[in-house]
Design a protein around this ligand. Structure first.
Ligand SMILES: C[S@@+](CC[C@H](N)C(=O)[O-])C[C@H]1O[C@@H](n2cnc3c(N)ncnc32)[C@H](O)[C@@H]1O
Length: 301
């Protein structure tokens, strides 16, 4: 492990305010990471309890010494199942700070960063088997096109997908440097770093099945939140934010909000803030990672 700071929590106070913590309530931090948000939640608890989920074993190094805290080494897509294991059926608030931690990016061996050479891995958990290398070496061209275009939002996704398929027929991909030498040919001049980051983001989302896990998790949050319970979700990608926004507005990901016989809206959540909250000017200066963060806060009806 590198000796850098594990992760600086983004919009810490905005998230805590959003949770409107009841000192005796039960809370869930679905993305424990460096524990920045969790440690702040714990300061607000009296008889309450906090469950912190993370699928990455590295996060366990940050577990606080507190009898008010339980670490859950699991994917948040299994939220309900794990809470049930601890005898919890209803909670007062849920926080999720999506994506990867600075620690994960800064660890060369994990394969998330374009700054280091190493294996094209990108798994957030050892329990997963699919790696970025597998995606590049085995996925059909059309699927790669979709992943680069939708998850990476890159403009020449089709050309890149074609090039990946042609290149791997000669030599299968194995290292970050090897893949980057192909990417260099397609990156807009002067914007190489941004292009690499977008392609890597796309692969990371696919490897960790992030969109599906987010959908499954959101659907379970409304089953476990008490009425008036808070849902606080921070995302760093427009696709994720759209999913969260739609879910808060309609209780589903597509289509219109359902209505009852009398035309009243049937939805499980109500937004607490009309628009997504973004980082303050001070935080943007202090922590570059906060620049793309969008925080959405909702209340269970
Ligand atoms: C942005 S970091 C959270 C940082 C944390 N809020 C802090 O203050 O240190 C995201 C963390 O969530 C974890 N994570 C991402 N997706 C997950 C999932 N589906 N299930 C469980 N943990 C997940 C990652 O392993 C990572 O440690």
């Amino acid at each position: 492990m590198t000796d850098q700071v594990y992760h600086i929590p983004v919009m810490l106070h905005e998230c805590i305010d959003g949770l409107a913590i009841n000192p005796n309530g039960i809370y869930v931090d679905l993305t424990f990471g460096g524990g920045g948000h969790s440690k702040e939640i714990l300061k607000h608890l009296d008889k309450g309890h906090l469950y912190g989920f993370d699928q990455d074993a590295d996060a366990e190094a940050n577990i606080p010494q507190s009898d008010k805290f339980t670490f859950v080494a699991a994917n948040f897509r299994d939220l309900k199942r794990y809470l049930r294991l601890y005898g919890v059926t209803q909670v007062d608030g849920i926080l999720a700070d999506l994506g990867i931690s600075s620690h994960q990016i800064d660890e060369p061996g994990r394969g998330f960063s374009t700054r280091f050479d190493g294996d094209l891995d990108m798994r957030m958990s050892d329990a997963m088997s699919l790696t970025a290398k597998d995606v590049l070496n085995t996925y059909e061209e059309a699927r790669l096109h979709k992943i680069f275009g939708i998850y990476g939002e890159i403009k020449n996704a089709k050309t890149l997908a074609q090039a990946v398929v042609a290149q791997r027929a000669l030599t299968p991909f194995s290292t970050i440097e090897g893949f980057k030498s192909l990417l260099k040919k397609f990156a807009p001049r002067g914007k190489e770093f941004k292009y690499f980051a977008q392609v890597f983001q796309a692969l990371r989302i696919e490897v960790n099945d992030e969109m599906k896990a987010l959908e499954e998790m959101l659907l379970q949050t409304v089953e476990v939140l008490k009425p008036e319970g808070r849902l606080v979700i921070m995302s760093y990608h427009s696709l994720e934010d759209r999913l969260v926004k739609n879910f808060i507005a309609k209780g589903k990901f597509q289509g219109e909000v359902e209505k009852d016989f009398y035309g009243n809206l049937i939805r499980p959540l109500e937004p607490v803030t009309r628009k997504a909250v973004t980082a303050s000017a001070e935080e943007l200066v202090a922590n570059n990672r906060s620049r793309s963060a969008k925080l959405r806060i909702a209340k269970k009806l």
